[in-house]
Write a new protein. Structure first.
Length: 318
């Protein structure tokens, strides 16, 4: 597993040579390389949380997830897949951001993702608050030219109206994504949704656009296996956005707008593993707030979701 001089193998740093608590922190101890090197899957951070409405902190998530991913291993037990034999993945660092200016940050995110797409790579981003997903989707739409299939894990619908007179915040990104034609509402599902809602406008929007919502009640109304099998298949270019607050705060305390009565870690693992996604183009994990985390519980969820997305990127969808 050692990288030979001049030959980058895109494997995690060996834990035998460098124990997992040592070394410079990158996602899954993968090499940190320039985007233009020859690999398939770019991992990066979006350290921005200027779109939150309550507790801040996701600007620190990329660092925390890199640190927690020191324990990330490459062999996927239930998929019987050595991920890093199937796909060349690398950490390309963080997207530049402007902590006090959302407009400039959006432009930087869109430019950053566009540059990745021009190299024909797939990507997984660690946000950031959920408002950062919008410029990522804008870049993807310009590239794929048609609205994406969209799988959205969240406690919230994120189709809320403007807040404090501001259109762009973490509770409105999904509404903008639909309104701007970035995602296809007919090929969009939301999983983990639960109340209470802030008003009802968000639910009206979802109903009007016929977006398929899976509440926690619906997930639990049948066996987990039955629920997983009931999910639709996704054929075309598909994006997955994972807001960590889809989990119950008992499983993901480190987040800004926690809602009790959520999914368990195991349920999200099983749901992610059951997704049938033919063409995974990219994904993100957002709303991890390390200052409110305990014992890295939430950062570890981020690592695991990243692992499942890497498996999908490696083409292991069933
Ligand atoms: Mn969200
Ligand atoms: Mn949320």
């Amino acid at each position: 597993m050692k990288n030979k001089p001049g030959v980058l193998e895109y494997k995690p740093l060996s834990g035998r040579e460098f124990p997992r608590f040592s070394g410079i922190k990158t996602f899954f101890r993968l090499p940190h390389v320039d985007l233009h090197e020859s690999f398939d899957l770019a991992l990066f951070g979006i350290p921005y949380d200027g779109g939150v409405s309550y507790r801040p902190g996701p600007r620190f998530a990329p660092s925390a997830v890199r640190e927690a991913s020191s324990l990330g291993r490459g062999f996927h037990f239930s998929r019987a897949l050595q991920i890093f034999d199937k796909i060349k993945a690398a950490d390309i660092g963080d997207c530049p951001t402007v902590p006090i200016d959302q407009e400039q940050t959006y432009e930087k995110i869109e430019t950053f993702v566009s540059r990745i797409l021009k190299t024909k790579k797939k990507f997984i981003a660690v946000g950031g608050d959920h408002s950062t997903t919008l410029p990522v989707l804008r870049a993807l739409k310009k590239h794929t030219k048609k609205p994406l299939n969209f799988i959205h894990f969240d406690a919230h619908l994120d189709t809320f109206p403007a807040a404090w007179g501001c259109e762009y915040h973490h509770g409105a990104f999904a509404r903008h994504a639909v309104e701007e034609g970035l995602v296809n509402p007919q090929k969009m599902i939301q999983i983990g949704i639960r109340g209470p809602l802030a008003g009802g406008d968000d639910l009206d929007f979802v109903r009007k656009n016929k977006i398929k919502v899976y509440t926690v009640d619906e997930v639990r109304a049948q066996s987990l296996e039955q629920f997983c099998q009931s999910l639709p298949k996704f054929e075309g270019p598909t994006y997955i956005s994972f807001d960590v607050d889809c989990l119950d705060p008992a499983y993901a305390p480190g987040t800004g707008t926690p809602v009790v009565g959520g999914l368990t870690s195991y349920e999200t693992q099983r749901i992610l593993r059951s997704l049938q996604v033919k063409d995974f183009v990219g994904g993100d994990i957002v709303e991890i707030s390390p200052p409110f985390d305990h014992a890295d519980i939430t950062a570890l969820i981020g690592v695991d979701v990243m692992f499942e997305m890497m498996a999908l990127a490696a083409g292991s969808s069933r």
